[in-house]
Design a protein around this ligand. Sequence first.
Ligand code: NDP
Ligand code: HSE
Length: 438
Amino acid sequence: MKPIQVGLLGIGTVGSGTFNVLTRNQEEIRRRAGRGIEITMVADLNVERAREIVGDRARVVADAREIIANPEIDIVIELIGGYGIARALVLEAISAGKHVVTANKALLAVHGTEIFAAASAKGVMVAFEAAVAGGIPIIKALREGLTANQVQWVAGIINGTTNFILSEMRDKGLDFDVVLKEAQRLGYAEADPTFDIEGVDAAHKATLMSALAFGIPVQFDKAHVEGITKLAAADIRYAEQLGYRIKLLGIAKRRDDVGGIELRVHPTLVPAKRLIANVEGAMNAVMVQGDAVGTTLYYGKGAGSEPTASAVIADLVDITRLHTADPDHRVPHLAFQADELRDTPVLPISEIRTAFYLRLRVADQKGVLSAITAILAASDISIDAVLQRESNEGEHQTDVIILTHETQEGAMRDALAQMQALPTVLAPIVSLRKEELA
Ligand code: NDP
Ligand code: HSE
């Protein structure tokens, strides 16, 4: 059978990895797919660099629309990134009847509803394994491997840059700003790392996982997003003393008690004994809890040229295998059939339930702790553990660290406002959420 023909839009980090791995493992991939898969056209703004990568094995063009217009091309891979030209090209490729593979989590988290609807109407597939956690096959796990389950929650370290920064802060006791500069110098963090450090990239990925886990549309605008920029080395140290690590987690949780979904990204205390707490450096890991399977964990490289290419090519093989299948009987884009999506609401952050870590800078005098605990008790917030740093000689203030049991975020915010107003509380209170992930 004639090889399936693929057009590649953008041959940068992931695009070049995809071209190289597909070339290197061509024969093995053909045996798996049942048919050869060839990238026959490549579009990139930098035509010279693209030619250096592909040699004479593919035709290089500057205009991506030449690929979309070519009737010989069966699958278009979009590896340009961003919401601008990438959105237009993906919609045009769909409209031209091409299947699409993309690693673009930002595009799908924001414009996914429009893109998946267009693909369903046209009977083509949009595959995006590489968009979440790079080389880890988490989309496949959620969409197919765990399909028997009612997923209870998904929680993941899904941004390598921030996990690298948090690991370095813990190892070396350094503050965020210092480690960020080091990460940029080493090339881990981009020149503009805003999406990573502010939690936006992780929220794009968590949004996609929430849709796959719960059969809801992609709703990035409903996600609660907090990054790691305000995290102090002191909190990482105190958390450690209490048996916890701080990780930036993307969390999607079903809340049958209120008929909603929690969708949030924030720094989170995780028990140090959990495997996920020991995921260090730029590695990613995702935990999924299903009612039948229990807790599962997926670990690997969440970024990089060839790890991400591994996921892109898995999608190419999937599409090749299903190319001739009737569109209505293919695996659905978002795991649930398109007409079976639910309008279960994503809950406002005030309605989520979680435990908390609090650090209060207080005057070192009698009655301080009882005033704080009285506010928590009146708000029906139960305390799990308290740690008070001994003040140094001549120092008249100290840190009180409190771990609470699970409570409603709204109740905690009210209690925090009351505690902050105490004259003996001397600095803004640090509050971080805690998850047992059991
Ligand atoms: P790069 O910036 O390395 O590559 C993008 C390429 O697209 C560049 O070569 C760029 O050319 C080219 N390009 C830009 N505009 C056009 C256009 N209009 N037509 C054709 N080519 C164009 O990005 P990455 O490979 O890192 O990322 C690609 C996608 O993969 C993004 O969506 C990203 O979020 C996602 N991703 C990346 C991961 C990674 O590890 N890098 C991991 C997981 C997902 P030029 O350089 O000249 O601008
Ligand atoms: N900037 C992302 C990260 C790349 O640091 O994980 C992979 O999506």
